[in-house]
Write a protein that binds this ligand. Structure first.
Ligand code: DX5
Ligand code: ZN
Length: 213
């Protein structure tokens, strides 16, 4: 299991130190939640802060866009060479075009599904994807409760992936902690995002380790 701490729950007054601390604590990716106040009812960080994060990060960036205009935000972040950029299927009329754009920029494309969106929606895109992110909370905020119905969806998606593109990874984001990590692993999840569970703990190494084992 790979672990991507979401910096949304970090102490933003100490952001550089927080990034160093999760990198030292053996995280695999740094999950960055970008919100525009339209697609989701919250705003987080933009290019100025993400540029600073990229300067101190010693682990690859995993940028999760929760925005209406994916194209605009991809142009803002492409020069940082993130490993993944994920965008919501619910906010994009031309997902195939966005996937091809990300590939041409050498960024691994990932699509995000909100809790109510069926995996079938992306069946014809799967062969071109490196990762699918299933939201296990309604996007917009850290610290929410895990929605258990996502477990059925993980299993459905896993079957589709096995048939169409076994190399595509499954990521789950929202309300992940030490109590639900086991079922997520059993269901076939490859990468988990954890915000409050990691950053509200007093030992990041211990918290990340407890999700990896
Ligand atoms: C929610 C974000 C998540 C969030 C996860 O919109 O996409 O990445 O920060 O936080 P926790 O782990 O606290 O649910
Ligand atoms: Zn996220």
């Amino acid at each position: 299991m790979l672990v991507a701490p979401s910096i949304l729950s970090a102490n933003f007054a100490q952001l550089g130190n927080e990034i160093n601390a999760i990198c030292d604590a053996s995280c695999d990716l740094i999950h960055i939640d970008v919100m525009d106040g339209y697609f989701v009812p919250n705003m987080t960080i933009g290019p100025v802060v993400v540029n600073s994060v990229a300067k101190v990060a010693s682990k690859p960036l995993d940028i999760h866009l929760m925005v209406d205009n994916n194209n605009f935000f991809i142009d803002l972040f492409a020069h940082l060479k993130p490993k993944y950029i994920s965008f919501h299927i619910e906010s994009e009329n031309h997902p195939h075009r966005i996937i091809q754009k990300l590939k041409s920029l050498n960024i691994k494309p990932a699509i995000v599904l909100n809790p109510h969106t069926k995996p079938d929606t992306i069946e014809y895109l799967l062969e071109d994807l490196d990762m699918v992110l299933l939201m296990s909370v309604n996007p917009g905020f850290g610290g929410q409760k895990f929605i258990p119905s996502v477990l059925k969806k993980i299993k459905e998606l896993k079957q589709m992936i096995n048939k169409i593109n076994p190399k595509c990874l499954i990521q789950v984001d929202g309300g992940v902690n030490e109590t639900n990590i086991k079922v997520l692993k059993e269901a076939g999840v490859d990468i988990i995002v954890a915000g409050s569970y990691v950053f509200k703990s007093n030992d990041y190494t211990k918290a990340i380790k407890s999700l990896k084992k």
